[in-house]
Ligand binder design. Structure first.
Ligand code: ARG
Length: 383
């Protein structure tokens, strides 16, 4: 068995069960790009500060690029015995370039490293989700424009309330999505600070330049407090909260369309492209995608609850529990991207049954409020 990177003081190796239980490589390899990015910035800073030579820096950079290429072509061997993404890449770099690789971790701990990777990863995820939100908004606006002038019953308590323009209703979702995007951007601003230099928790006595790494990675500034930097996950909770709210909006949109597609309402017909059938009932055409949008919102909320529960009661500073922060984030992002994408496709593939909607309008005294207003105007001096 290969000695662990941290194995200097150990005489025995861990059991297989412990190794399997504590590994995170099976999921945190998703951070590889950002890990490499962070390591390159760190190596450049070490060289500028004279902590490693320029030659060391160059071979580290070259080696890391090669590793990135191997990973992207599927030729990189991810090893469980190397525990996590950070040690897999560092050990592979040592295999590849030898001595200089061992100097890369100078003035750095996996604790500040993992948070750097994670903040960078979430930053990109926010941008990707933002694009999908915009696209769904665009699809809803398009749908609204295609149905100009269509009047539908508006509901409160799911009872007929007042007539409204279909556009009015569709644009309500557009507004909600706009705030969802705004929440993500707020979160992005708050998370965009660089943990590098915090090291394990107490910073380092070595003469590093935290502003240089922070700038190189497009962070706003280094984090102020090193203990805070490696302890807290509020940026994760905030991100997952923003996703959870978005997911709930999408779930409500899903419910609206599932309801409207029912025989009882019959206000919309989803095209075949966004419907699925039944294995027993030949007549069925179900709006499954939107039902699943509604259903998957549960996961996204669950991911937030996982993080909140994970952090409750943890003492300062880093605790290994925190390794459990990754999978809920990956799950939340994958799920919300899918929900946004499918909602947009659904919006582009439904038809409003204008005749049916029109025919339904006389029922339920939708104009009662207008009539009441008319009587008020008649009895007063208002025109
Ligand atoms: N895989 C770890 C995580 O994701 C990296 C940090 C490990 N740090 C430590 N002191 N064991 O949290």
């Amino acid at each position: 068995k290969e000695a662990k990177l941290w194995g200097g003081r150990f005489e025995e190796s861990v059991t297989d069960a412990v190794e399997r239980f504590t590994e995170s490589i099976s999921f945190d390899k998703a951070l590889y790009k950002h890990d490499i990015m962070g390591s390159k910035a760190h190596a450049s800073m070490l060289a500028k500060q004279g902590l490693i030579t320029v030659n060391d820096r160059d071979s580290i950079h070259k080696g890391l690029s090669e590793i990135e290429r191997l990973i992207e072509s599927g030729k990189f061997e991810w090893r469980t015995d190397r525990e996590d993404v950070h040690m897999n890449i560092e050990a592979a770099l040592t295999d590849l370039i030898g001595e200089p690789a061992k100097k890369l971790h100078t003035a750095r701990s996996r604790n500040d490293q993992v948070l750097t990777d994670f903040r960078l990863w979430i930053r990109d995820a926010i941008d990707a989700i933002g694009v999908k939100i915009k696209y769904l908004q665009f699809s809803l606006v398009k749908l609204a424009m295609e149905n100009e002038g269509v009047i539908v019953p508006g509901y409160t308590h799911l009872q007929r309330a007042q007539p409204v323009l279909l556009q009015h209703l569709l644009l309500a979702f557009v507004e909600q999505l706009e705030r969802d995007a705004g929440r993500l951007l707020d979160c992005r601003v708050r998370l965009n600070f660089c943990p590098l230099g915090a090291c394990a928790l107490a910073g380092t006595g070595l003469p590093i330049d935290r502003f240089m790494t922070s700038d190189a990675l497009d962070f706003s500034a280094p984090m102020r407090n090193s203990i805070d930097a490696v302890s807290d996950r509020d940026f994760v909770m905030e991100f997952l909260s923003a996703n959870a709210i978005t997911a709930i909006h999408l779930s409500r949109l899903g419910e609206e369309w599932v309801l409207w597609a029912s025989e009882e309402f019959g206000f919309v017909t989803p095209s075949d492209k966004v419907s699925t059938g039944s294995s027993i009932m030949p007549q069925k055409k179900n709006p499954d995608p939107m039902e699943l949008v509604r259903g998957k919102s549960a996961r996204v909320v669950g991911d937030l609850v996982t993080l909140l529960t994970l952090c409750k009661g943890l003492p300062l500073a880093y605790n290994r529990d925190l390794q459990e922060d990754k999978e809920p984030v990956f799950d939340s992002v994958k799920t919300i991207l899918g929900m946004l994408e499918v909602s947009a496709e659904f919006a582009q593939n439904i038809t409003f049954n204008r005749e049916r909607i029109q025919k339904s309008l006389p029922a339920g005294h939708l104009d009662a409020t207008t009539l009441a207003d008319y009587l008020v105007k008649k009895a007063s001096s208002v025109d």
